[in-house]
Structures are given as structure tokens and as C-alpha cells.
Design a protein around this ligand. Sequence first.
Ligand SMILES: Nc1ncnc2c1ncn2[C@@H]1O[C@H](COP(=O)(O)OP(=O)(O)O)[C@@H](O)[C@H]1O
Ligand SMILES: [Mg+2]
Length: 647
Amino acid sequence: MLSYIYEVGPINYFNLSEPERNAVLSSFVSALQQLSSAVVFHVRLDSMSVVVGNELYSVNYRRYFLESDQSLEGLLATMGLQEKYVRLMEEPVYNVVSSLPRYAVLDNGDLAKAYTITGVSSDLDVAFLAKDMGEGSVIDMTDEVRIRIEPLSRDESKGLIRLHADTLQAKLTLVEIAGGRDRELSQEALMAEEAAQSVLSGAQRLFRISCVLVLREKSLDALRKKADFFYDMIMGAVTELDSPKGIQHIMVSGRGPRHLRGANLFMPTDSVLAFFPFAGLDVIEHDGIFLGTNLQTKGPIIYDLYRKSNPHAIVVGKSGGGKSMLLKSWVSRMAITYPDLAFMAFDSVNQSEYGRGADGSYEHSFAGVTGAKVVRFNPSQPMGLDPLRFFGRRQAASLLAKMAGVGIDERSLRAELNEIAQSGSTSTTQDIFEAKMSEELRKRVNGNLKPLSFMFEGDPQQPYHRTIFVLDDLPNDEELRGSAVVLASALAMAALKSLPIPQKKILLIDEAWAFLSTDDRGRLYFSEAMDIVSEMARTGRHYNIALVLATQYGKDLMNGQGKTVLESCATKVLLHQDAAGQGGGSDLAQQIFGLSDQERAFIERADRGFGVLFTEQGRVPFYNKLTDMEYSYFTTKPEELGKPSAS
Ligand SMILES: Nc1ncnc2c1ncn2[C@@H]1O[C@H](COP(=O)(O)OP(=O)(O)O)[C@@H](O)[C@H]1O
Ligand SMILES: [Mg+2]
């Protein structure tokens, strides 16, 4: 009885670069080499509902299951899938209610027909079942593909492989004795001999493989048509296929005597790669979020940030390329799909576009759609963000020291401020202003901290699970904005970290160039808050906090903290870059993202919203298709601002 069942996300083999493909295959080979009992891979069609803006779509997608009578955690780790699988108690199965000679009838009335591969040529392509043959792949035509891979014992392998090679050799000898020649046979005999040698030497193992493909349709007529089409398609790749009569109920359901569940093929390790099941061009993940149209398949991309080795994402693209639009649509879709999603967002620096919609209202904005609280840093209004009310004394003191312009190395000033903050007579920052202190500290407090008192005064703000920090009311003053960002990011971090770990969370920073830049124009506001970004990049995963960033310039990501951040993002999106653009343009993008010349040309031509998504499972060109609502709420095109929104 097979009782260990896992679901894994697909590896989009065909979307990987050459070195990535090789790495994936060699880890699959290692996994096969260490396999100790049979494993069954299932690739199964399913459908799910996806929310996009205010619309609901049903999307077909494939799910990938592994099944064995032993734990497969070691195997999954060898395949590089650690943290990318879930263990299940059961998987979807076919309920056959009656069996006709050539078909099985399922409980919802659908008809199913199962085929098994009984012969393959010796030069099958890797992942041939998933390979696009012009009108899709073999897998695309099926409802389920089931590949059983069973390692043979060493003794059994030796006997079998020797027998096979010897049989072919004998056939060949007969042909030759008769004075004939058979090039195909002699090629086959040669390969069999090579395989035999490598199995005998232990370099490869021998496996018993069975592959069952299930077609499913609503009517007999449709199933017949599909079967014809399917047969023509697959016979281009395999040499023999069978759909045995009378045992369809067993073949379809996969329940019944082993020898009736699919024909056996014997193959050495290298040949098993032909059956590598995790391939395809689709990026459609269970629980995922609509991210636009996959330009390869024309289908949707449904992507789950949280089922990667880390949940961080960075969007790089020239100004006007669609970065903010992508973040607003992506995160608002997440907020709708995951009702308990918490986020803290930093609005664009110079003009608010998250807290305010294109028509200027809250209702028709990102904030309105997601039900977020907008925190405006406005010098004419008390904000109620006194660090002494939100943090422990020590942490508050260190934050206030930062805002007062007391350097890390000015130990005595820090100690003095800390002591005042800890004192029994201090309960608000106002109390600090009134406390006795040294002349030097007084200078810093009066010069740097007092002008910020509007942030501390007023009724304390209630922490809110979705918050947008808006800075555009602040005068364009480095110190002031820097302090606002320091305070806001400290609050954001504390708020996110205080939530239960399993809850999905996002720290969103549009225009992160301001945090990342190392040049004179970029460093201004946020150099202090950069610490928070890199801390998040390093540790956010443990709190289920996704760092979601946008930046214009490739050069900010080349070294230092920018590089750390880039390397920490399992998900990357590249939007339009000019051929010779500021900050590196497409040249640098090509380097950073390892673009092919074709991809580079695509990025140079890309219109707003077009780009390439880079994931651990492969890369795919896409277009962020917006609903009318999303467009009208989130656009920042000057000619559309202030117009009433379509709702
Ligand atoms: N996916 C898209 N579809 C249609 N229009 C878009 C799309 N993305 C962006 N735009 C348009 O381009 C404008 C600029 O995009 P924006 O996201 O603000 O660019 P960035 O943040 O990269 O500077 C938007 O206000 C919107 O009008
Ligand atoms: Mg923007």
C-alpha cells in the first residue's frame, strides 16, 4: 500500500537556462540513484478559481503528486524541492462507477480511457511528455499521467540487462549471418551493450518503468476524437502504445493487480530522464495569485510567492515601465485572495499613489481596495507615533537617538538619552524634551528631534494590519524624510513581527532605489532604513514576511546591500529597460539576470506592463493584464488623474 503522498510545485524545465536545466537533471539523476523503492509521479489536471480585481475566473492547471510506501523527504531534498512540497493524507483519485470494454465511466458521468506505453525508441527527448509539439504537449491532452519508477535490485538488473544486450546481439548476428544489414538494430545493440556495461559497473541502475496516460471527456464522441488526436501525437514520440480492453477500470483508477496497471519498460538511469515529469511552460500554482498572461502559453500565470525558498520579490524596470502598477495589482489581488494578509507599504516618495486613487479618493485607491489604513506624515498634524508608546524603552531610545542625529559611536550621548528614556518620570517623548540633559544632547534634541514632535504628539495610533505610509506631505527635507522613514519602518517591522508566524505578511517598498542607491541622488532619504530592508531580506522568511520591492536601476543591485537584497529574492521581475539606459539599461540587466539576446531584445521593446518573470522554477515572459477596475484605480498617467473612476 502506497501511503506517503506529497504535492510539489512544478519545475518548468523548458523555461530554465541551459545550466539550470543541467542542474535539475543531475539532481533528478542523483535522486534516482538513491531511490530505494517504487515511486509514482502523478501529473493531474485540476481547476481552481482565481480572483483578479473584482472578477472571478476558473483556471485549469496541473498538479504534481509523488507517492511511495516510504518517506520521500530525502528524495525531494535531493531533487532540490525541500520547502516546496506539502505532505498530504490523500490525493485526488478516479472513482470508476462502471466499466465498458474500452472505457471507464466516472462518478460524474465523464468517460475515461487509459493508455500505457509499451515501447519507446532509444533516443527519446528529456521530458518528452511535456514537450510542446506545436499544438501543446502530450501531457496537455491528458487528464492524468502516472509514471511509476521502480529500482531493480542489483542482481535482477544484471541478469536483465545482460539478457537484453545478448538478445539484441543474437538478433543482429542472425541478420548478419543471412548476409543482411540492419543499421537500426545494430545501433540499438550497441546502445544496449553500453547500457549493460554501465549497469554492470554500477554507474547506472536499472528501473522498471510504467507510464499510464488517462484521457477524459464528457461524451463518447469527444473522447473518441481526442483519442485519435492523442494517438497521432504520441506515436511521433513513442513506438508502441496500448489501451487494453476489459481492464480499463483498473488502468484508469490505478487500483488492482500491479501487472494490470500498466506495461513495464526496463531502462537505465539516463533513459529515465525521458520521463522527467516536472516540465511544461505553465506557471500555475495552487493557492497562487494572478500575475498576468503567460506570453508563451497565452494562459494565466498564477504564482505563489510563499511557496518558494524565500518569499521576497523584486521588480526592476525603467521609470514608467509599470513597476508600481504591477505591485499595486499584485498585492491587492493577494489582499483579496488571502483575507488575513497583513502588509505595511511605503508609498511612492514624491506623489502618493497607494493611499490615493487616480481620482484622488480613498475608495478608488489601492488603500481602499485593500481596506488599508493610510498614515500620512504631515507636519501640521499630530500623528500619535511616539516610539515610547510603541516600543520597549531601550529600543525607543535607540530609535530616538537615530532621529536626533546621535551617531552609533557617540556612546556617552546615547547612554545619556537611554537613561532619560528609562527614567521613571519619562512616559512620552515630550517628557524627554522637558528633562534635564547635557548641553550637547540638548543641542541634538532641540535641533533634530523637536522639529519632529508632530510625529510623536496626539492620541496613539492603533496598530493596523494593513497600513500605508505616505511621505509626500513632508517638506522635501532629507532629515525629516529620513526620520519619518526610520520611524515608519521600525513600526512596520514591529507590527509585522508581532503577528502569528503562519499569517502571510508583506513589507512593500515601492521606489526602493531610494533605500538601495549608493550615489548622491539615491542615498538621501533612506540610508538608515536600508538596515531594515537587509534585515528583512535575511530573516523575513522565518516570519513569513515577504519583502516586495521595486527599483529602477540595475546598478543599485550590483554590490553591497543591493546585491544582498537581489540575491535574497527568489522571485524577480524585469520590466522595460532602454538599450543604453541610465543606471545600466539593458546591458546591465542582461548581466544581472543572465538574459539571452532574445530576452534582452524583448526587454528593450517591452511596452508598459510587459516583462520577464524569473522564478526558481524557470523564467517566463508575461504581460500584467489589468482589469478595468485595477487600471482606473491605479493609473498615474497625468491625463487620467482626477477623472472619475469606472467602478
Ligand atoms: N500593465 C499595464 N497595463 C496598462 N497600462 C499600464 C500597465 N502598467 C503600467 N501602465 C501605465 O503606465 C503608467 C506608468 O506605470 P507605473 O507602474 O507607474 O511605472 P513605474 O512605477 O515603473 O514608473 C501607469 O500609470 C499606467 O497608466
Ligand atoms: Mg512607480
